[in-house]
Design a protein around this ligand. Structure first.
Ligand SMILES: [Zn+2]
Length: 106
C-alpha cells in the first residue's frame, strides 16, 4: 500500500497512511477541492454512456421493426400470389361476420 496518497486530479497530498484510519486511507481519491468536480465528471460520463446505450438500443429496435415490415409485405405478397394460383378467395366479411377456423383454410 502506498504510504502517501495524492489527489487523482490535482496531485495534492490527501492522506498519509500512518496518520489516518486505514479504510479512509485506501478509499480516498480526491482532495476536498476536487471531489465535487470528480463526482460531477463521473456522473456526466455515466449519463453519456447510458444515452449512447439507449441510442444503440433504439437503432436496433428501429432496424428490427423495418425488417418486420419488409417481411410482412413479402408474406402479404406471397398470400396474394397463392390465392391467385389456387383461385381461392376470402369473401369480404360482413360487419357482423364471426370468423371461423374454416375461413382461413385453403
Ligand atoms: Zn485535488
Amino acid at each position: 500500500m502506498e504510504d502517501v496518497k495524492r489527489c487523482q486530479m490535482c496531485g495534492k497530498v490527501i492522506s498519509v497512511a500512518e496518520e489516518t484510519d486505514y479504510y479512509r486511507h485506501i478509499r480516498i481519491k480526491y482532495c476536498d477541492y476536487c471531489r465535487d468536480t470528480a463526482v460531477r465528471l463521473q456522473t456526466a460520463a455515466r449519463v453519456a454512456r447510458l444515452r449512447e446505450r439507449k441510442k444503440q438500443k433504439d437503432a436496433l429496435r428501429d432496424e428490427q421493426l423495418h425488417l418486420l415490415v419488409q417481411e410482412n409485405e413479402l408474406l402479404r405478397e406471397r398470400v396474394m400470389q397463392l390465392r391467385e394460383e389456387t383461385g381461392y378467395k376470402i369473401s369480404e366479411p360482413s360487419r357482423n361476420h364471426n370468423y371461423r377456423k374454416d375461413d382461413f383454410l385453403c
